[in-house]
Design a protein around this ligand. Structure first.
Ligand SMILES: Nc1ncnc2c1ncn2[C@@H]1O[C@H](COP(=O)(O)OP(=O)(O)OP(=O)(O)O)[C@@H](O)[C@H]1O
Length: 465
């Protein structure tokens, strides 16, 4: 876990210095300030995990004024520091969402215990929220990031067909999320409790594919020193995902067709007919219809596997998804590393928006991974990017074509306005270190208004303020 960050706001300099020392000795990173204005300024640069807050602060020394700021702060624990005779105020602060209060004079041991407890409990609450959202049935859909018309259609299709047993063929260029979509279909289906078995048809040598899929008996061929179940049997009750089905050898295509027609097969070298109940989802980046025309793929198999066709489109054709994917991948990375998410600054963000991504989402993700690995202090800059991609140093932010999505006569005005809104919100959130209060100010929105848009576009990521 990262070193927890605390902001202490109190108007007494001696108290600030002393408490700062105590907390630093406990291993926390601490920043201090004397007023609400300083708190706001610090929050924009220092993503605090906890705030210690005196209620009587300059210039007004009006506790009610401080109390009215509480709703903006309570995304993390706020501990109120109260003076003598301020019990009522402290209770009011608790009603408004403060975590706890400590009465002055503060005992350092008590301070350490209360702070530690608040941070631990806060962390647990966040974990529980995160686990709950991962378990929610809609989370499989939420994993399909994107607000483009194409991604919206895909999500709708996935939701409709997942509970049926219809076969699905996912087509589209490499790295556009065909496997993620296939998994989402499985996770939202009635087979979700059973296995999802993925077979990369092009990666397994033709001579091994049959025994990999159907299994084999002992002694079926040289080296088969014991019987082994095939992937088809392992997928029983669940979903069999045949990736790159266009690369399946012709001999195997006939065998697969038989399984799909009869629901049964013989393991290699075996005489006992095995029956299975699997849902088939296939994917390819090849033009299967063309392969059929060229005689490279069996027409009868093509129609057997096709069922519903879901088609993904290149990332360059849906620039509004880039901003959402960047936010998503950074949040995902932060979760794995149990750290606050890193953020691109404005010019780095623009660079990502302007690139062409022939390798699609996979390429965007790996570029982001490598750039974040070398970024310092939680901020990704154009200089970081230029270390790995030297052409970035010549990058000129005003000549981009993705920052403002290109005018597209095939999309409605609504869709294009949405794309622009997503792009701008993501960028402002990134440049304000995901501080929603400041991003809202920069965009001229109320915080509530911004939160609604974040929710609507699925822009939220764990660990944001
Ligand atoms: N819409 C999306 N939302 C979230 N992650 C995505 C999305 N699309 C792709 N990804 C991520 O991009 C990477 C590539 O996706 P995936 O493997 O599903 O692509 P693919 O189309 O199956 O590629 P290939 O044809 O090369 O097998 C994965 O890390 C995946 O998690």
């Amino acid at each position: 876990m990262h070193q927890a960050r605390i902001i202490l706001i109190d108007d007494e300099p001696a108290f600030r210095t002393l408490s700062c020392e105590w907390l630093t000795q406990e291993g926390y990173q601490v920043q201090t300030g004397a007023s609400l204005a300083e708190l706001t300024k610090q929050l924009s640069q220092f993503d605090a995990d906890l705030i210690l807050l005196d209620l009587s602060l300059p210039p007004h020394f009006n506790p009610q004024h401080t109390l009215s700021a509480l709703p903006q702060l309570i995304d993390r624990p706020v501990i109120i520091l109260t003076g003598h005779g301020e019990r009522e105020l402290a209770l009011e602060a608790l009603r408004q969402g403060a975590w706890d209060f400590l009465a002055k004079p503060i005992d350092p041991d008590m301070l350490a215990v209360v702070v530690k407890r608040a941070l631990t409990k806060h962390l647990l609450v966040r974990e529980i929220h995160s686990l709950k959202s991962d378990l929610a049935p809609t989370s499989a859909l939420n994993r399909l990031i994107g607000a483009s018309a194409s991604m919206n259609n895909i999500r709708t299709l996935v939701e409709r067909i997942a509970p049926t047993d219809v076969r699905v063929l996912v087509t589209g260029p490499s790295g556009t999320g065909k496997e993620v979509i296939s998994r989402a279909i499985h996770d939202l289906s009635n087979r979700a409790q059973h296995p999802f078995i993925s077979v990369h048809c092009g990666a397994i040598p033709a001579e091994l594919l049959e025994s990999e899929l159907f299994g084999h008996t002992k002694g079926a061929f040289t080296g088969a020193d014991k019987a082994r179940q095939g992937l088809l049997k392992l997928a029983d009750g669940g979903t069999l995902f045949l990736d790159e089905i266009g690369e399946m050898p012709q001999a195997m295509q006939i065998k697969l067709l038989r399984v799909l027609q009869e629901g049964s097969f013989y393991p290699v070298g075996g005489r006992n007919l095995e029956t299975i109940d699997v849902r088939l989802v296939s994917a390819t980046n090849a033009d299967l219809a063309e392969k059929v025309r060229l005689g490279e793929f069996r027409e009868d198999l093509y129609y057997r596997i096709k069922g519903v066709n879901i088609e993904t489109c290149p990332l360059d054709e849906r620039p509004e998804d880039i901003a959402l994917l960047i936010t998503h991948f950074l949040a995902q990375q932060a979760k794995v590393e149990a750290q606050a998410p890193k953020h691109p600054n404005s010019s780095a963000f623009n660079w990502f928006m302007q690139q062409s991504w022939p390798g699609n989402v996979r390429e965007l993700k790996s570029t982001l991974d490598s750039v974040t690995a070398i970024a310092r202090n939680g901020i990704i800059t154009l200089e970081d990017i230029a270390l790995l991609y030297p052409s970035a140093s010549a990058h000129h932010p005003t000549t981009n074509h993705h920052q403002l999505p290109a005018i597209n006569t095939e999309q409605t005005l609504d869709a294009q306005v949405k794309a622009l809104e997503i792009s701008l919100i993501s960028q402002v959130l990134a440049t304000h270190h995901n501080n929603r209060t400041h991003a809202a100010q920069a965009l001229g929105l109320s915080r509530q208004g911004l939160l609604k848009k974040i929710e609507r576009y699925g822009l939220s990521s764990k660990g944001q303020q």
